[in-house]
Write a protein that binds this ligand. Sequence first.
Ligand SMILES: [Fe+2]
Length: 207
Amino acid sequence: MSRIKDYNPQSLPFSGELEGMSEKTIQIHHDKLYVGYVNKMNEIDEKLAEIAHGEREVLGNQTYSELRALRRGETFATNGTYLHEYYFNVLGGDGSIPENELMSAIIEKWDSFENFKKYFSESAMAVRGWLVLSWDVQLGRLKVYGCDTHDEGGVWGCLPIFALDVFEHAYFIDHGSDRKAYIEAFWKNMDWNKANEIFVKWNGIKR
Ligand SMILES: [Fe+2]
């Protein structure tokens, strides 16, 4: 059994200023928090590999054990890594709404882009961590799912198209407690072509 190589942090996919999202916020968010999740993901993976390869014998216990801590940490760090990538990937655009496959699917499901935006934005006020537009493989259609933290509330069998981070670290420097203003800024920096690339990749995958 070969070991997985370290996962490399992805660079920010854009350069230059964003509207309503300062360089300081993005730098802390990407370089410290996101990269921190990647580092922990690799550290945990290495420890699990030692156990999987039989180099260390450990016993599992659901109340407390090293293996429980690793299992809990693995999903937290890995989801923390992936969700941030689905977030940063769609920033750097100008928010303009192109005609593409994703937009057609959004309008087909929610009747209009404005309906979708309102529903998504209000849902982002109702969760504590993430709101995700995803391709639900079980249903074979778009779904919006939310969660309060990285390892709770996600639905298996769903492929993220983009994620909106609503933890306070994403906006407190720039907007204080005004999460609505941050969500508006997110839409202004949205690159819908990037989101469409991912949608096209997932679209059609069914169970
Ligand atoms: Fe974050």
